[in-house]
Structures are given as C-alpha cells and as structure tokens.
Write a protein of this length. Structure first.
Length: 74
C-alpha cells in the first residue's frame, strides 16, 4: 500500500493509504496507555462519531486531532 501523509495532533505522519480513524486511534494508543476511553477525534475540525471510526478513511492531507478527556476541577 502507498503511504499518505496526515497531520495528527500537529505532527505530520505517513500512514498507509486506507487507514481509518479507528486505525489511527489504535496507532496512537500507546501514548494514552493503550486505551481509547474518553477519546474524541476530529478530522479537518469535524468531530467524528465513535460509531463511524472504522468506516472513515484517511486519504491524505487531513488534519486529525485526537484528544483525551481529563477529569478535574476546583
């Protein structure tokens, strides 16, 4: 497969063509302790519903933001 380049959390990254949002979440999982709990994903500033992560394919040039909710407060 040919690689495409996407920007993930501000860092350009080559990924195989056909990579899905679910794949990208799995690729970045080690930096979150392997979990996808409390994760939200936006592609090109559009929030992607969790139920569609496996069907949304990255074709190159997208900006992907993967964020983790953190509990806290006063």
């Amino acid at each position: 497969m040919t690689d495409v380049v996407v920007t993930v959390n501000g860092e350009k990254r080559p990924v195989p063509s056909g990579t899905t949002v679910a794949d990208m979440v799995a690729i970045t999982a080690p930096s979150r302790g392997g979990s996808d709990r409390g994760i939200a994903v936006a592609v090109n500033r559009e929030v992607i519903p969790r139920g569609t992560w496996g069907s949304v394919r990255l074709t190159g040039g997208e900006t992907v933001e993967i964020v983790t909710a953190v509990a806290g407060g006063c």
